[in-house]
Design a protein around this ligand. Structure first.
Ligand code: C5P
Length: 211
């Protein structure tokens, strides 16, 4: 039996982890799951159904009924969806409902790259390679602002505040807080281009796979 190749990529918003994860998946011939989309979809669906995001039981129940097609919905990439996602993501019932989905995805041959906040710590603690991708908050906010301001007018300071609030919530929650997993290499992309960051990520992962 061929051994599954699982790669965990964690880090805060706009660190570059999503792009790196997609490129790593292509490089190693693996499937890719952006796990943030699951939490975003739960938040958007709950808001649409009138379920208060603070209601752990109701959001957890909605998370159990998540369908793959829900990940294709419009609006999941918005700042509001990101904010809502980090609120529902603090509920243990929501996290528990999404755990098997993520693990099942990773267990299908030939394996997968998952990116998120708790992949190396909770979802795939035995991943064959792990990265924690980060960058200074002002650099991350500038990247996110450039992306969002293509579609609409948005103030940089609002984007920065949003990122700082989300980082704080994600790092402070008791269940599966965002943190660098044991054995994860740190990749700080503050002064890197995306090409440079991808090259460095491949170098670090190759090193872990060889070790
Ligand atoms: O990565 P993204 O910005 O799409 O994630 C949205 C939110 O979903 C995060 O701020 C975080 O609260 C939550 N999330 C999480 N665990 C993951 C992925 C995302 O708690 N594995």
């Amino acid at each position: 039996m061929t051994q599954l190749l699982t790669i965990a990529i964690d880090g805060p918003a706009a660190s570059g982890k999503g792009t790196i994860a997609r490129r790593i998946a292509a490089r190693y011939g693996l499937r890719h799951l952006d796990t943030g989309l699951l939490y975003r979809a739960v938040a958007v669906l709950c808001a649409g159904d009138g379920i208060p995001l603070a209601d752990e039981r109701a959001t957890g129940e909605r998370a159990m009924r998540l369908d793959p097609a829900d990940l294709e919905r419009d609006g999941l990439r918005s700042a509001a969806a990101g904010r809502g996602a980090s609120v529902v993501a603090a509920h243990p019932a929501v996290r528990a409902a999404l755990l098997d989905w993520q693990r099942d995805f990773a267990q299908e041959a030939p394996g997968a790259v998952l990116d998120g906040r708790d992949i190396g710590t909770v979802v795939l603690p035995k991943a064959r390679a792990k990265l924690f991708v980060t960058a200074d908050p002002d650099v991350r906010a500038a990247r996110r602002w450039r992306e969002l301001s293509k579609d609409r007018e948005i103030a940089y300071r609002d984007v920065l505040r949003d990122i700082e609030e989300r980082d704080a919530r994600d790092a402070a929650r008791t269940d599966a807080p965002m943190r660098r997993a044991e054995g994860a290499d740190l990749l700080d992309t503050t002064t890197m281009t995306i090409e440079g960051a991808v090259t460095e990520a491949i170098h670090l992962i190759d090193g872990q796979l060889a070790g």
